[in-house]
Design a protein around this ligand. Structure first.
Ligand SMILES: Cc1cc2nc3c(=O)[nH]c(=O)nc-3n(C[C@H](O)[C@H](O)[C@H](O)COP(=O)(O)O)c2cc1C
Length: 328
């Protein structure tokens, strides 16, 4: 029997498959099914700072139609905010009570500070770790890249100070120097980085000639950017762990990520498309490959193809389709 155990940010996982934050981790029944289906850990659906602020704002607007006292309206806003946070805390507490695999809570952060309060409360309820979903789109052309990076580092510092349990940052790759940023996150003692999130992207409906939501789920070929950066950085980061996300749809891709040095993978789209049974299929594929190659434990091949461990590791830096001496 292959030993699929791995650790991610100090959490012991029975296998590297983490169900990513999303619709499948939004309620207790589905979370229990993830565990039964064989997941190594789950990341709860993110609590959205922006949404809470918005809904609480709307609720208090309604309240102000009936009551003219601004103190009351402010208090109502706080109550409304608390209501949504409490709902999330109840889900987390129940998940901790009913599941035996690690439960990671998740916050979608828009500002540097306001989410700290949520994180502390999640920690008290027993979250095994907290994943911070951080992605300020650099759309303001008057803000230089350096400032965007500095803010990301300041964000990591705040997160580390505020949170006692392991912290993962789930980020995108559109930074001027992702390698330098990951090193800075490590210096700030961030325990894990999830490379990369698959964000909401607007599209255009040409019939209506209007904007609409782009395809939400990923394709099975979308893993290559994560693979490259995991291979480039897994050997260089000495303390922080990397998990792969986006486009991991089958056992073959999980094996690639592990060879590149990932400690775990986060999956969502394949489960949304094919159901939670996909976890067992992926695990079987990994076990079969390990048996074929004579590996008994994941640790025997994890990071084998990380840049630092290869004699021609610069291959991972290649970006152009020119002919090379070694590989096509
Ligand atoms: C419908 C939907 C909802 C999602 N909700 C969240 C969320 O609340 N928080 C988060 O960090 N990521 C969220 N994600 C991103 C997923 O966690 C995951 O990172 C992404 O889908 C890429 O992985 P995949 O290729 O396996 O789908 C969502 C994705 C989808 C498609």
């Amino acid at each position: 029997m292959a030993d699929l155990r791995t650790t991610f940010m100090g959490l012991q996982l029975r296998n590297p498959i983490i169900v990513a934050s999303g619709p499948l981790t939004a309620d207790i029944d589905s979370l229990k099914k993830c565990e039964e289906a064989g997941a190594g850990a789950v990341v709860l659906k993110s609590i959205f700072e922006q949404q809470i602020e918005y809904v609480a704002g709307k609720d208090s607007e309604k309240a102000s139609e009936f009551v003219g006292y601004s103190d009351f309206v402010d208090a109502y806003k706080t109550l409304s905010k608390d209501y949504y946070i409490n709902q999330y805390l109840e889900l987390l507490a129940e998940a901790k009570q009913k599941l035996s695999i690690p439960v990671i809570s998740s916050i979608n952060c828009i500002s540097i500070r306001t989410w700290e309060e949520f994180a502390r409360r999640f920690e008290k309820v027993g979250a095994d770790a907290i994943e911070l979903n951080y992605y300020p789109l650099a759309s303001n052309s008057s803000v230089p890249g350096e400032k965007v990076d500095k803010e990301a580092i300041a964000f990591a510092r705040t997160a580390r100070r505020a949170i006692g349990v392991p912290v993962a940052l789930k980020i995108g790759f559109e930074y001027s120097s992702i390698s330098s940023l990951l090193r800075s996150f490590e210096k700030e003692k961030i325990d894990g980085m999830v490379l990369f999130n698959h964000f909401f992207r607007p599209d255009i409906d040409i019939d209506k000639q209007d904007v609409c939501g782009g395809q939400a789920v990923s394709n099975p070929t979308e893993y290559l950017e994560s693979l490259r950066w995991i291979a480039l950085m897994s050997g260089e980061l000495k303390k922080a762990d990397l998990a792969a996300a986006t486009g991991v749809h089958n056992g073959e891709t999980v094996i690639k990520m592990l060879l590149a040095g990932a400690k775990a993978v986060e999956i969502n789209s394949v489960l949304m498309k094919n159901g939670l049974g996909a976890i067992a299929t992926i695990i079987c594929q990994i076990e079969k490959w390990m048996a074929d190659k004579g590996y008994k434990a994941v640790s025997e091949f994890q990071g084998k193809l990380a840049q630092e461990r290869m004699h021609d590791g610069e291959y991972w830096e290649r970006t152009q389709f020119m002919r090379t001496l070694r590989r096509s």
